[in-house]
Design a protein around this ligand. Structure first.
Ligand code: PXP
Length: 248
């Protein structure tokens, strides 16, 4: 996403995957994730994030094509490191691609990418995306060796997995927060742009948003769920307010 207008603003990427999950439950066209993306932008989203999974369980190829055509803000395409996804990314040239691990049976992205262990396999995908001028992000756990691997792969951005933090409570949660803070600070020191996401809600966003080196949060499931009760725009406006409050 562009940083030109507000270099210090913590950007909010709204993930619209689960609008497509609801649509696909009926196999019809409603609710349309592209329409949701428009509403999200109106409510203050700085970018739209969509995960085209290999099994197409939510976002479809057509959604990515439509988002690429109509969005007025940057599109962050989440994708597995496969030849098929690389071809789709190179065809649509989104602003950013976040490479995530993908297991067919998982309910959601469980754990970060093993950038250190899969260095050789990932290199080709990172290189091709960077060459196409797409901002590459690697979704990793908050660990130093993963950050070092992301840096040596030439990815300009990493997104830290906040899912564990969001699921814990009490002292273990405080420990996980420290791990995220340390990793964010280390990543920024070695020149990575630092993002975070997964599992964030009104209850958990504040401590993460307060980490000064973070430039972007990507949030989806909670916002789409909350939209059932309060509407999508109101839910995004409240999330944005909590992020701004934490930064202030
Ligand atoms: N960031 C990444 C890399 C993800 O894979 C996801 C889930 O698709 C998210 C952020 C958003 O997570 P959630 O839907 O739990 O807010």
């Amino acid at each position: 996403m562009t940083t030109a207008s507000h270099p210090d603003k913590l950007r909010l990427g709204v993930n619209i995957d689960h609008v497509a999950t609801i649509r696909n439950a009926r196999g019809i066209r409603h609710p349309d994730p592209v329409r949701a993306a428009g509403l999200a932008v109106r409510a203050g989203a700085d970018g739209i994030t969509a995960h085209l999974r290999e099994d197409r369980r939510h976002i479809s190829d057509e959604d990515i094509a439509s988002l690429s055509d109509v969005l007025s803000v940057p599109l962050n395409l989440e994708m597995a490191a496969t030849d098929e996804m690389l071809e789709i990314a190179l065809r649509h040239k989104p602003h950013a691609c976040c490479i995530v691990p993908e297991k067919r049976q998982e309910l959601t992205t469980e754990g970060g990418l093993d950038a250190a262990g899969q260095h050789n396999r990932l290199k080709h995908y990172v290189d091709e995306l960077v060459r196409a001028d797409i901002r590459v992000s690697l979704f990793i756990d908050p660990e130093k060796d993963q950050l070092d691997a992301a840096k040596s792969l030439g990815a300009p951005v990493t997104e830290l997995h906040t899912g564990t933090y969001c699921e814990l409570s009490g002292a273990p949660q405080a420990e996980e927060l420290e791990r995220i803070k340390t990793a964010t600070s280390y990543g920024a020191t070695i020149g990575l742009e630092m993002h975070a996401g997964h599992g964030l809600s009104y209850d958990t966003v504040g401590d993460i948003a307060a980490i000064p080196e973070l430039k972007e949060l990507n949030i989806g499931h909670f916002l789409i769920g909350e939209a059932i009760f309060h509407g999508l725009e109101a839910s995004i406006i409240e999330m944005r307010r909590l992020m701004d409050e934490a930064r202030a």
